[in-house]
Design a protein around this ligand. Structure first.
Ligand code: 3PG
Length: 220
């Protein structure tokens, strides 16, 4: 299924190893932030639909920087899925499994990453056609130990743990082949974006990508 468009997008996320979760408060910061990720070597962003300028930010980045793989996060229902796709989101992420949004995305062949943290939630998602899940909030739901303990009955399923991931614990997660990527806001905190601390953000991205490469190439 190499040329399946959904697999291709999840494959790109796997290659990057990190899915940055972005909460953006000012449209003016959208392009400088996108540029920072692009220059640092991580052309992948999930903009959460939790702020008033989220959709406008997605639209601005999609138009100006089409080389960035751009997703929308915190998708809670079908109208939000439609608005995000309309704005230019290429994949959708949710903390849970809103079936109306998932079905709509599946009809559009738009990748959808639902949240799941229990065996039953994973099974429910699999039965609805999902193979990849956001394990959220990873830290408080048992982290990698929980993912390992739950996922044996579900071969082929991959996870993007999110919530409580940072530069100290990302390596631990990424060593497990069930982990597609780690997600989180630690690379570009809301306050750092608002304060225009793009050089600080860029340095953190470069360091995080070095950690990913070291693990993926077995140099540790
Ligand atoms: C999300 O929306 O995915 C989470 O809020 C990110 O969690 P974090 O801020 O702990 O990385």
């Amino acid at each position: 299924m190499m040329n399946d468009p959904i697999d291709a997008i999840f494959d790109r996320i796997r290659q990057h190893g990190i899915l940055p979760v972005i909460e953006i408060d000012s449209l003016e910061q959208a392009l400088p932030l996108a540029e920072t990720f692009l220059n640092a070597g991580l052309p992948l962003l999930e903009i959460t639909l939790r702020t008033p300028v989220a959709l406008q930010s997605i639209q601005a980045i999609a138009r100006a920087r089409p080389q960035i793989l751009l997703g929308a996060g915190t998708v809670l229902d079908r109208p939000q899925a439609e608005q995000a796709a309309e704005a230019g989101a290429q994949f959708l992420v949710s903390p849970g499994l809103p079936e109306d949004a998932l079905h709509w995305a599946q009809q559009r062949r738009l990748p959808f990453l639902p949240g799941a943290v229990t065996p039953n939630e994973i099974l429910h998602g699999i039965r609805l056609g999902c193979r990849y899940f956001k394990f959220f909030p990873a830290g408080v739901m048992g982290g990698l130990a929980a993912i390992r303990a739950m996922s044996d009955p579900y071969p082929g399923v991959g996870f993007i743990p999110t919530g409580g991931i940072n530069s100290d614990n990302l390596s631990e997660y990424l060593r497990d082949e069930r982990i597609l990527a780690v997600g989180g806001s630690w690379l570009a905190k809301r306050q750092a974006i608002a304060g225009g601390q793009f050089e600080h953000i860029r340095t953190g991205i470069v360091q995080a990508l070095q950690a990913v490469r070291a693990i993926r190439h077995g140099r540790r």
